[in-house]
Design a protein. Structure first.
Length: 477
């Protein structure tokens, strides 16, 4: 569907538009093309060797079949779907829901093609308590999907243990079994053990696929399909983008160009990467991107083991809201940012602005215009203002927002991340720095035995954390 292809527009990062000091000259682009072209071949080879299994998720017909069967079986008895997960086990689910279902999905039955969706990716007690008060008399029509590859993530484990007790107390073992779907590793991990023991229905986090690359697997597809999202189109979009991001010609490969531009600016001092959608529906895709970018590219060491401490800092902004909050800084603050706008050409719903009242003829310029025209003109206006201040701007253009274009976007950014990892010469698939904090929270919550990461007992580890984090009165004002 060529007319529904998303496009990357990159002229506004070039020296021709923002000058030699800040823009990419033809010569620099040629150098980047040479470097990145080699990596296109390398990535295509690594994929063939099975090193990047996320690349093949859009082709897994068995997954789609299984998800569709499960959805058909559960839909009639599910008015509320509750996802428990965090990081890569939640952000994709939230992003798909916000992008592809109406804003009032949870509140208006007539706008809802499936159950209400609640994704808990935090452990805020008042938030969860308020939800449980609401859902308490609706458990019969509620399904819980607990998602955790390891099963050891404290946040998801704690949420699950709360729900586990609630369901057992109210509905007994059989009730629990009928209402919980566990998405986890196929063979190992704590959640796998629990699921086997309780004989829960299971979905899989595929082998070798990290959380932030898993949205096109069972992890993201189940809640999407349950809530009426067209997962066939989503995966078709990803497959069609795959055809474009394997292109060996750098200038025809949007992931390679996107990564090269991001790499260039980060390496030359513009280390902040602002993504700014001009469409509310796309705002949570930016949260998904932030995790993908931050966990994949923020690394201490390169592949040769040298200390590099690099990585662009992804920042979320929303057009037009953040024009009135951030753009002053973006234009006049340090020129240390690359901007990526997400622009939508055709909205599936639009509104006409009403006539100006007689007392305010100065608003006449807005009267009878489409609201989408104002939104897209505000994007142009902001981009123009940034370009006047010599700030580099990329735009990803969505002809429309639908499952097909969102599937393309997800795949584009996943592969862009792989290219960026290769350009920075780091491993984009691990997240070693997250582990210390995870283990520290285990220690503080009273875990016993030995912590392999710190090579001390959890008790000793807790003391060490305590002495460093206790509030010292001398410094408390
Ligand atoms: O991208 C990742 O790998 C992480 O964000 C994980 O998804 C997150 O830490 C949750 O881990 P788990 O699925 O094991 O609970």
């Amino acid at each position: 569907m060529p007319e529904l292809q998303i496009k990357l527009y990159y002229k506004n990062v070039t020296a021709e538009i923002i000058g030699n000091e800040h823009g990419i000259t033809d010569a620099r682009l040629k150098t980047l093309a040479k470097k990145t072209s080699l990596l296109i071949l390398q990535l295509n080879k690594e994929r063939k060797a099975g090193k990047t299994p996320y690349r093949d998720l859009p082709y897994n017909e068995k997954t789609v079949q299984k998800i569709k069967e499960l959805t058909a079986e559960l839909k009639d008895r599910c008015e509320n779907l509750v996802v428990l997960g965090i990081g890569g086990s939640a952000l994709g689910n939230i992003a798909l829901q916000t992008a592809l279902n109406p804003y009032m999905h949870n509140l208006d039955d007539s706008q809802r093609p499936g159950p209400r969706l609640f994704v808990f990716d935090n452990i805020d007690p008042p938030q969860l308590a308020s939800f449980l008060d609401w859902v308490g008399d609706k458990l019969d029509k509620t399904i819980f999907n607990v998602i955790s590859k390891s099963g050891q993530t404290s946040e998801t484990a704690a949420q699950f243990l709360i729900i586990h007790k609630l369901l057992l107390d109210r509905l007994g073992c059989e009730g629990l079994r009928n209402r919980v779907i566990a998405t986890t590793d196929q063979k190992e991990g704590t959640l796998r053990k629990i699921a086997d023991d309780l004989k829960l229905r299971c979905l899989e986090v595929p082998d070798g696929v990290g959380g932030r690359f898993s949205v096109l697997s069972d992890v993201g597809l189940f809640s999407a399909a349950m809530c009426g999202i067209d997962i066939d189109s989503l995966l078709e979009g990803a497959r069609d983008m795959d055809k474009r991001v394997i292109a060996e010609d750098f200038y025809q490969n949007p992931a390679a160009i996107n990564a090269a531009i991001n790499y260039y600016f980060c390496s030359t001092g513009k280390r902040i990467s602002v993504m700014m959608p001009y469409n509310y529906a796309l705002k949570d895709l930016v949260d998904w991107y932030r995790q993908l970018w931050a966990e994949s590219l923020g690394k201490a060491n390169n592949l040769k083991g040298s200390k590099v401490n690099l990585g662009p800092t992804p920042v979320k902004a929303l057009g037009t809201t953040d024009q009135h909050s951030q753009v002053q800084l973006y234009r006049e603050g340090p020129n240390d940012k690359l901007f990526t706008f997400l622009q939508v050409n055709n909205f599936d719903k639009d509104l006409k602005i009403g006539p100006a009242p007689d007392c305010a003829p100065e608003l006449g310029f807005l009267a009878s215009k489409d609201l989408s025209l104002l939104l897209n003109n505000e994007k142009k206006a902001t981009e123009y203002a940034l370009l006047q201040s010599k700030r580099p701007c990329l735009t990803v253009i969505f002809p429309q927002v639908n499952a097909y274009t969102v599937g393309q976007f997800i795949y584009l950014y996943e592969v862009t991340t792989s290219f960026a990892g290769a350009l920075f010469d780091i491993n984009p698939y691990d997240q070693p720095a997250v582990e210390l904090g995870k283990q520290a929270s285990f220690a503080l919550m009273g875990k016993t035995s030995r912590c392999e990461l710190t090579n001390m007992t959890y008790e000793k580890f807790a003391q060490q954390i305590g002495s460093l984090t206790k509030v010292d009165g001398d410094f408390l004002l």
